[in-house]
Design a protein around this ligand. Structure first.
Ligand code: TPP
Ligand code: MG
Length: 432
């Protein structure tokens, strides 16, 4: 059976282990059982067989939880993982993500949006579990599946919807669209259409925080960056290059892999030599951890420690969240390739239903309280659609903005001609 460091291992293993140490690890990763479900039984067996080969028996130590967390845990008087207030915030954020995406599907099929639109249904526990722990100054870097990361980071739903409608009131004034959500105010450094493209941007943002703190002596600059990306992306070069740099320079970053087991129609198990992505962390000298990405509370526990480690200046962490998308790759995908039994298995583990059950059973909230949140969010999303619909489309002179780096701007002059049509535009002296 394949091995996995679970969230519990990460949070409960109580003394620090040097990742490069040859000392015996505090727990034996090869003895833990896997929760890696995967999609194709045949391939899963092939991969577990591979793990018995001697060269894959390398034991990777994991940096364990710090004394800070240990103390906090001991002082805690409750067995519950969250307070009522925290639970309500988490629930609301997950409901917002789900309701927003469902509305996007409706609007897309009504022709209100253009290009590809990739929805996040099913993966909400990852966005909420991580981003709701951040400070405003912390940065988030996303992929083309970015609407919900933007919402969790605090970009108002109306600005995200308006962006999807290509309107001037969108968070990128309608110039980004679905795959390029960006907000300077919220330190959302972008969705990126090319896979892996955001990882170096995130690494750069983390380097900025470290530079400001250590070189510019801004003592309070303890900002952390979260880089979100998928399983398919982990086979790309940027991933490895950035793990190397982040570990080398001990950057305050968390690499969050949203392993939904598929890259469009390619099963993760067919596409990668060792499907346990978290194991690639220790190879670079950083902790690697696997967590059930359908359980927001487990994600949150791991996220807390990984974010705090980064904030304390102890460097990066690689977190693999095993999750699942409930819809096709994009709204243009008929989703005919995935096994219906696999889809049903994950649908039964809906992270929102699970949280609701936990909150009610633990008496953290009543059914009525949760219903009130759902109602409130319904209104927020409705309002976002109305706002987007009523907002103006960009003027023609916005077309070439931000396309070329020219201090005078290459847009359209007051006479309606493109500035770049002026023969003097390359000299920066055009007056059209
Ligand atoms: C550099 C690059 N190569 C190929 C593509 C085409 N492409 C778009 S999405 C995708 C799959 C990515 O899968 P994964 O990283 O698992 O993310 P998920 O869609 O599952 O969230 C690919 C290959 C791309 N966008 N960029
Ligand atoms: Mg994927």
């Amino acid at each position: 059976m394949a091995t996995a460091f679970t969230a519990t291992n990460f949070v409960q293993t109580l003394s620090a282990v040097n990742t490069r140490s040859h000392d015996k690890p505090l727990f034996d990763p090869l003895k833990t059982t896997s929760s890696f479900l995967g999609s194709t039984r045949k391939l899963r067996l092939t991969n577990s067989a591979k793990l018995n080969q001697p060269n894959l028996h390398r034991r990777s130590a994991v940096v364990a939880v710090s004394d800070v967390v240990k103390e906090k845990k001991l002082k805690s008087t409750s067995n519950l993982l969250i307070t009522k207030e925290e639970g309500l915030v988490i629930y609301e954020d997950m409901i917002l993500g789900r309701a927003f995406e469902d509305m996007c599907a409706q609007m897309y099929y009504r022709g209100k949006m253009f290009g590809f639109v990739h929805l996040y249904n099913g993966q909400e526990a990852v966005s909420t579990g991580f981003i709701k722990l951040l400070k405003k100054e912390d940065c988030v870097v996303s992929t083309y599946r970015d609407h919900v990361h933007a919402l969790s980071k605090g970009v108002p739903a109306r600005q995200v919807m308006s962006e999807l409608f290509g309107k001037t009131t969108g968070c990128c004034r309608g110039q980004g669209g679905s795959m390029h959500m960006f907000s300077k105010e919220h330190n959302l450094l972008g969705g990126f259409a090319f896979i892996g493209e955001g990882i170096p941007i995130a690494t750069g943002a983390a380097f900025t925080s470290k530079y400001r703190r250590e070189v510019l002596k801004e003592a309070d600059c303890d900002h952390v960056t979260l880089a979100f990306f998928g399983d398919g992306t982990c086979n790309n070069g940027q991933f490895f290059e950035c793990l190397n740099m982040a570990a080398l320079w001990k950057l305050p970053i968390v690499f969050v892999v949203e392993n939904n087991l598929w890259a469009i129609g390619m099963s993760h198990l067919r596409a990668t030599s060792d499907p346990q992505i978290y194991k690639k962390g220790p190879a670079f000298g950083m902790p690697g951890i696997h967590v059930d990405g359908m359980d927001v509370l487990k994600v949150r526990e791991v996220a807390k420690e990984a974010i705090e480690r980064a904030r304390r200046g102890e460097g990066p962490t690689l977190v693999e969240c095993e999750t699942y998308r409930f819809r096709g790759h994009s709204l243009a995908d008929p989703d005919e390739l995935r096994d219906p039994a696999e889809k049903a298995r994950y649908a039964a583990r809906d992270p929102i239903t699970a949280l609701k059950k936990y909150m009610i059973e633990s008496k953290l909230a009543s059914e009525t309280e949760l219903k009130a949140i759902e109602k409130k969010i319904e209104e927020v999303v409705e309002e976002a659609v109305e706002f987007g619909d009523e907002s103006p489309v960009p003027a023609r002179n916005q077309l070439l903005e931000n396309v070329f780096a020219d201090p005078k701007g290459f847009g359209i002059g007051p006479d309606g001609r493109y500035r770049c049509e002026d023969p003097k535009f390359t000299e920066g002296t055009a007056h059209v």
